[in-house]
Design a protein around this ligand. Structure first.
Ligand SMILES: NC(=O)c1ccc[n+]([C@@H]2O[C@H](COP(=O)([O-])OP(=O)(O)OC[C@H]3O[C@@H](n4cnc5c(N)ncnc54)[C@H](O)[C@@H]3O)[C@@H](O)[C@H]2O)c1
Length: 275
């Protein structure tokens, strides 16, 4: 982390889950952390935890669906800290549903929260990072944006778009000494189900099942993210099963989708969970 002597990071959605776990990683290294969230109670809990762990937390009320609130956040950090070294566009939600049933307002909701929020964060902070001559952007995607499993069209689309945006920025910003990392974890247990939106109860039950059998934790994903930022690596794909899916999708996509289609038609019914 020697590239960032100012030790200043802003994390959206830091009131809970991954955002909080990452804030605590930075806190243990003595960083200043902008804890941005719409939930003030959770944000202030994170700030207390950050301060206890050796960091300096700053609570920021910010709705990532509103670009002006991210621009105001950038101006606030310029004023208070003279800038920021790392921007983590993490806040997001989850949703599922059959393509033909997902209401258009659910598309608007999830695109606003998972994709436009990341666009807002990049737009608001890149000019500051360029002026400073250094910085790093971390965007939260998901393994869902790689695997593109059935009944998750809206979520998959937003996360695949975040991967594409991050890949674009990696080369666009390299000459400006701005690094980019995109995080693509599989399921891990957080409060993500609080705002879950689906067309059928079946999908909620499936999601709950996936979360309860998660193979990783927010803390492990946060540690992998710290390593990737340190080495200026583009991808965090974790844990091992996520890497396996990534490899299959990249090197034999036709086989991957045949496998998914076969598994879904053969065993999809087995996932017909009853409430
Ligand atoms: N948990 C998983 O299995 C998993 C897997 C892959 C990717 N992700 C992604 O990780 C990110 C964080 O999710 P999490 O699992 O930690 O969930 P979480 O619900 O525990 O945390 C999300 C935080 O974002 C905040 N938030 C929600 N809407 C906001 C808004 N409009 N403006 C600002 N903050 C807002 C919430 O208040 C909450 O504190 C999301 O983008 C999610 O899609 C999660």
């Amino acid at each position: 982390m020697k590239r960032f002597p100012g030790k200043r990071v802003i994390i959206t959605g830091a009131g809970s889950g991954f955002g909080r776990a990452l804030a605590l990683e930075f806190a243990s290294k003595g960083w200043k952390i902008g804890v941005a969230d719409i939930n003030s109670q959770r944000a202030s809990e994170t700030v207390d935890m950050v301060n206890q762990k050796g960091g300096q937390g700053l609570e920021i009320m910010c709705d990532v669906t509103d670009i002006t609130q991210l621009e105001d956040t950038a101006a606030l950090l310029k004023d208070k800290w003279g800038g920021v070294d790392i921007v983590v566009n993490n806040a997001g939600v989850a949703g599922a549903g059959y393509m033909e049933k997902i209401p258009m307002d659910q598309w608007d909701w999830i695109i606003g929260l998972n994709l436009k929020s990341v666009i807002h964060g990049c737009r608001a902070f890149i000019p500051m990072l360029e002026d400073q001559g250094h910085g790093h952007i971390v965007n939260m995607a998901s393994n869902a944006g790689i695997a593109c499993l059935p009944e998750m069209a809206s979520y998959n689309v937003t996360k695949a778009a975040v991967i594409a945006l991050s890949e674009t920025l990696k080369s666009e910003l390299a000459a400006k000494n701005i690094g980019v990392t995109v995080i693509c974890p599989t399921f891990f247990k957080t409060n993500l189900m609080d705002q879950f939106n689906s067309t059928d109860e079946r999908q909620r039950l499936m999601a709950e099942k996936f979360f309860s059998s998660a193979r990783t934790t927010a803390e492990k994903v946060a540690q992998a993210t710290m390593k990737a930022i340190n080495k200026n690596r583009l991808y965090v794909v974790t844990p091992w099963d996520g890497k396996l899916v990534w490899g299959l999708k990249r090197f034999c996509p036709e086989i991957w989708y045949k496998m998914v289609a076969f598994g879904y038609s053969r065993f999809g019914k087995a996932l017909d969970l009853q409430p």
